[in-house]
Design a protein around this ligand. Sequence first.
Ligand code: ZN
Length: 346
Amino acid sequence: MKFVFDPVQSAHNPGNFLSSGVRKPNPETPARADMLLEAGRASGFEIEAPDDYGLAPAAAIHSPEYLRFLQSIHARWREIPGASDEVIPNVHPNGRPHGTSAGYPASAVGQAGYHMADTACPISESTWTSVKASMNTAVHATRQVRAGARAAYALCRPPGHHAFADMAGGFCYLNNSAIAAQDLRRDHDRVVVLDVDLHHGNGTQGIFYRRDDVLTISIHADPQNFYPFFWGHGNERGAGAGVGYNLNFPLALGSGNKPFLAALDSACEAIAAFAPGAMVVALGLDAHESDPFAGLAVTTAGFGEIGHEIGGLALPSVIVQEGGYANPALGANLVSFLEGFGRSSP
Ligand SMILES: [Zn+2]
């Protein structure tokens, strides 16, 4: 399996993370990618750097004003006298008219509020460069699959599944999994995005919520008591033409392999019924029992079983890295998933 990684992604090194009102070091660090890369290398995966695919893949998912914002906001923010090094919003306009330009502010502070769902997605001078490299990594893996590879893994950092069409959030800026799915749609009438990250894939859900050509499924810690709080409940089934094409499997906090795999069984049944031509796996590894977010309790062997079951769907698959934070098992969890997936390859 191709293992795609771009070292340029490491330039993004966010400093701040506000947790229950306390400023802490941001856990979405370059060291995460180093751990995953080393584990992949040690297990014999062939590491490949991505080509540059320009902005077209991002523009197929994200709004023009949001892409302009991501590219320009840091320089404009720094023109504000006394502004912080990192762009962090201090206004949060709930209920703004999504997806339209009505009421779009001119000010850098206003736009930061408009385009950033929370404080966990600070933008520094090097953020855009790394975000673009992360997207290229996902697109490169996708193009390998479109060219006939059974599967490819994209070590994307920063991650993407909390990013909406015009809004960053939760360490995410461009939605790499959604971009990969849209790119796969050029060859396949139906594509599924299966998200196994600890956190609900709210951005991906939002992007495809009204569509019936991309089935979105997420297995995650119950948002009643866990980020992203406002999305990820079982009754969110899609809207308009998309009704029935979004499935959420919220799990009780602390759930281990058994409930996770039971939800995955149901997810796989729904995927088989949808009969997609290709799949994106939004692979978070933060459901692990040792992850610092401590939401679920999947084991390293459990990730192997998850990979094996998903691989058993026998679909052309782009595996996109989402969350998973520094802990001694992080690299082993990735290898366990990829090897489990590989064991079921036809
Ligand atoms: Zn996560």
